[in-house]
Design a protein around this ligand. Sequence first.
Ligand code: NAI
Ligand code: MG
Length: 503
Amino acid sequence: MSDVGSAALSGNLAPFIRDRLFIGGEWVRPKSGRVIESIDPATEEVWAHIAEADARDVDDAVAAARAALSGPWSRLEPSRRGALIHRLADLVRQNAGELAAIESRDNGKPLRDTLGEMQRAADWLTFFAGAADKINGHQIPYSPHALAYTRREPVGVVGAILPWNSPILLCCWKLGPALAAGNTLVIKPAEQTPASILEIGRLAAEAGIPAGVVNVVPGYGKVAGAALAAHPGVNKISFTGHHSTAIKIMQAAAGNLKRCSFECGGKSPYIVFDDADLDRALSVAVHSAFRSTGQSCSLASRIFVQRRAYDAFARGLAERAARIRVGHPMDERTHIGPHTSAEQLAKTRDYIQLGLESGARLLTGGGRPSGLDKGYYVSPTVFRDVDTSSRLAREEVFGPVLAVMPFDDEEEVVRLANSTDYGLVGGLWTRDVSRAHRVAAQIEAGLVSVNTFRPVHYMLPYGGYKLSGIGRENGMEALDEFTETKAVVIDLSPNMPADPFAN
Ligand code: NAI
Ligand code: MG
């Protein structure tokens, strides 16, 4: 176990205090003087005190970001901008242990997962650092007598509103392309996990990114988040969270027609045809459903298995789920930790109750793991024969609760897979190559995989259909979300233009 891990387990960590916001390159007191008390979900006790921004602090942060937009940042050569993002990526790598420990205490994810996420966050920044000097416009031959070309300019000030499930990683999904394209940002972390993103502000400064380019204002959604969404000085909101929040943000953002991109969760179908490599499909299914305690938008939360393979597959899922080690986030043997908050735990319990009442068969889990009396824990839970029209089959749980259902043929499973308001990720397992392409084309989701699941990567565009969101993160497509395209036309004709008003 790491030093941080054993210190956390023995309760010997000093309280974590960050009572300043990061605005305009300075550490400033929040106007209200207040702090958010952040809970350690493994102990249910306050472990950190983090500065809480309100609308006045958001005003200051937006002003700093606007000023930085026309400052030295705008005059940097793109490759130089890329070099600064590279430096930030290196600093995230160098500080991965500390950053991961902060996140594990704040959101309850196992340290081995948060350590992996810090490496991935840095990889995301590295990819977009390399893109900074490759954001080209193009020339358009619309007339032989004109030169027409496009310029890709930054959209301006970006408000980044973050979730609590992977704070730094998902921050970097926004930060990387936003910075590469020359924007400035005001970042609002989630109130459940306010602790780690201020460190990103600190590292951005250490990397030499000019003051005001990256501002961090932890605060509550209804206060700081709402202020950012409505602010006339913000040009774009990039958000990850619940679609009901996205709807509120879109309404608030309408005042100045802000651009919005939203990533809002899913109810991802995992489809197993009976000709598939079933051992492989089973092994991938278990961590695709339960990692991060089910608190990730891309997880396999509905598993459809073709009738002939159904019983054995459901049994296998339950056996493997029962072997998942639920435990303290800092213990290196832990596979999954607690839920991040009491609210998430309550939501999971509600869906377990719904499953029980709807007549689905509980194969494993459903309650608190033995030996864990404190903390927001629930055992990995598998229901089979879930009614495909029930809420458990169609709504996002965001917890370790899996719905397993049988199907007979391709047409039926495509219909079932699409019978949800979400459309983020989907996956199918088959050895029939024609069927693989046919089904992939029909699944309503932004990312579909065959014989693997959720290959989320900085090179692959990622985003949702339907209530799963608007726009794409990752891949070169992400840069479209952070640039305005300007067409410039220069007349080349030596002749006087005809004047239709002449006679
Ligand atoms: P949420 O959508 O309320 O929170 C996400 C972010 O939005 C936080 O930073 C929050 O402070 C901010 N926010 C909240 N209200 C706002 C407002 N009126 N204006 C501007 N910003 C606002 O999500 P919550 O309540 O934390 O989680 C509820 C559910 O949302 C989860 O159970 C899960 O189903 C889904 N979710 C999906 C995520 C994903 O990765 N797509 C991440 C987090 C939650
Ligand atoms: Mg917390």
